[in-house]
Design a protein around this ligand. Structure first.
Ligand code: NAP
Length: 213
């Protein structure tokens, strides 16, 4: 199985490592071009290749995006048609500039991405976990309810199933926060689930409003 990864920084590079360890083939891209990713792909091994952004989008059934949110309109929309897209981006106005529709809570960053990548099947995910935890906290030996939660949101049930499987294969557990809109709001920076080290069962109890949360 193949995954395209766009963004090769803290999250993109560490997600790439985890996906390769789980048996996937990856093609990874950044903004500066494949030649700047030689060292990374050498480290990642034979199941990794550095490619252009368009090639990364076309490479796999899943495309994992991890870039500064403010750059989302630079992504070549046509290349993502039909793809399951994992949106790990967060909106940080200090870094990304202000988006009035986000500041007014009229929409979410993932809905804006979905509007741009029309035809793609967007699942917000991996945006609430710090990259150091992504590196170290996956454990496939634990039962899923005891694993560290990775929150997901989206409007496409099948796409969420595929992303849930991917999350489980790298030793975490997916916890569904709902639609791209409602779940997207639940998962934003500064919310109760953001960067919280929760097991899947505690995370679910928190979302259900039970278990002392
Ligand atoms: N850091 C975390 O722990 C964490 C956790 C969850 C979510 N996030 C979110 O995930 C995203 C990435 O965070 P990060 O910490 O991994 O950032 P980062 O270390 O700064 O890496 C960003 C990556 O995106 C690439 N990039 C920038 N603009 C691009 C464009 N227009 N097209 C394609 N690639 C582009 C960069 O490539 P170049 O170097 O070539 O420009 C770089 O490889 C952000 O939205 C962040 O808020 C971060």
């Amino acid at each position: 199985m193949k995954i395209g990864i766009i963004g090769a920084g803290n999250i993109g590079a560490n997600a790439a490592k985890s996906f390769i360890e789980a048996g996937y083939e990856i093609a990874i891209a950044n903004s500066r071009g494949a030649e700047t990713l030689k060292d990374l792909v050498a480290e990642l091994g034979e199941n990794a290749q550095a490619v252009s952004i368009e090639e990364a989008a076309k490479f796999g059934e899943i495309v994992f995006i991890s870039i500064p949110f403010g750059k989302y309109k630079t992504l070549p929309a046509d290349a993502f048609a039909g793809k399951i897209v994992v949106d790990s981006n967060n909106y940080y106005p200090d870094r990304d500039g202000n988006f009035a529709e986000l500041d007014d809570n009229k929409t979410t960053s993932s809905e804006l991405l979905a509007e741009h990548l029309r035809g793609a099947r967007i699942v917000k995910g991996f945006n609430t976990i710090w990259f150091e935890h992504l590196k170290t906290q996956g454990d496939t030996n634990k039962p899923t309810e005891e694993r560290r939660a990775i929150f997901i949101a989206g409007d496409d049930a099948e796409a969420k199933k595929t992303v849930t499987k991917l999350i489980e294969e790298i030793g975490f557990a997916a916890v569904d926060t709902g639609s791209l809109r409602d779940g997207g709001l639940t998962q934003e920076p500064g919310t109760a689930v953001y960067n919280r080290e929760l097991t899947a069962s505690d995370a679910q109890a928190m979302l259900d409003g039970s278990g002392g949360y």
